[in-house]
Design a protein around this ligand. Sequence first.
Ligand SMILES: Nc1ncnc2c1ncn2[C@@H]1O[C@H](COP(=O)(O)OP(=O)(O)OP(=O)(O)O)[C@@H](O)[C@H]1O
Ligand SMILES: [Mg+2]
Length: 444
Amino acid sequence: MSRGESTGRCVVWVGRPSVEEHFGLIRAGWRTVVADPARQDAELPECGDATIAVVDLRASAQAAVRILAGLRESHPDMTWIGLTSVRTPVRDPSVRHVLPHAFEIVDGPSSFSALRRALARVPGDGPTRIDDQPSMLTGTSPAIRALSQNIRKFAPVELPLLITGETGTGKEMAARALHQISSRSDRPFAAINCGALPANLVQSELFGHERGAFTGATARRIGHFESADGGIVFLDEIGDLPLDAQTNLLRVLQEGTIERIGSCQSIKVDVRVLAATHVDLEKAVAQGRFREDLFYRLNVLRLRMPPLRERQGDIELLAQHFLDTFRESYGTRARAFSANARKAMNAFAWPGNVRELMNRVQRAAVIAEDALITPEDLELSLDATAGDRDSLGSARTSAEREAIVDCLRASAFNISECARRLRVSRVTVYRLCKKHQLALDQLR
Ligand SMILES: Nc1ncnc2c1ncn2[C@@H]1O[C@H](COP(=O)(O)OP(=O)(O)OP(=O)(O)O)[C@@H](O)[C@H]1O
Ligand SMILES: [Mg+2]
């Protein structure tokens, strides 16, 4: 078990957080201490009074509950949150009996945002922010400065905002930054990925339903628009929103009202809508997949997230930021990047943008043998990525194409394997193939 500091606000994670969970908490500003029930020498961590426990009941639930009991002895007023999984519900009676004492039970591991919401509702001063807003958008490049300026300008204006940009460029992060400097900052920020929701559930997720509205609707459900009243609803991958939900969204934007499914009563909601897309919505409109009137409503204010390859100077800054943040929780040898690693990072095309950079840096930090991270640790090669800075645009584009082709070859043209190696989604690999006119069948 790693030890925490004795003061300040602290999350004790009873269990083994994934890197994303651990890193996410740190990014959200929480000092995080891991109490791993599997460790024989497990001592209780030292934390101040403002301690919150996240008790991971997905594995070793009994041992986790034992540690929790010890924690509650030393911190009687401590808030704790249970983390379960729908796939492995808690059945053990010795564990179930403590559940009613939890502040909230959230379903992990996919529900990190639910966890963050739960943590935000815990009474107290809230987490200490690592970065001021919107400087949480790390970077000093002209592109990111211009973006920050726009975020400041758009924050006080109560109009919808459309955020565009490639995958992993920080669209959600920009939306959160805007929320935090807006007058709605003390109200909810509800992030919904329209592409991840099954089409038949979208309406219910967004607008709620009444009991008996459809088979399986055994109780009334409040949708995100209603529960985020006074705050911001962030609709990610808005291009994937089914047409019927688009109609209802238009109504929210025009009239400020919703109707739960199965009810014809209009409910007034006060939410600001921010939407993000990595697809060309104009094209989707032309193809009849996206309502034109909704597009114009959403597109009043527009924020374009620059791809990482256009953010000169930020790559090294971000890489060091991710390494430093990682080092706060894991004792790694790596402290900085070798000259060659910096060169390779600056020359690389970063198809997965900031997310890919973060993933590569985290992985490199784990495997690095030295104080300086090498290109090999980052799985970047100097020659394959070398580009001419003067003709950056085309060099980067061809570097990107080469990187994809190389990776596809190395992965025997297996898309999943290629996506894993590039640390991007399969959809991104397909999109990049399309962008660079790579005919997979012919390449194979
Ligand atoms: N400027 C930044 N500083 C620090 N971290 C960043 C920055 N921009 C993005 N990130 C991190 O990169 C990751 C991707 O960001 P985010 O989820 O906001 O991207 P996105 O554009 O919404 O991606 P997608 O298109 O895949 O939904 C996140 O983990 C985020 O914390
Ligand atoms: Mg996103």
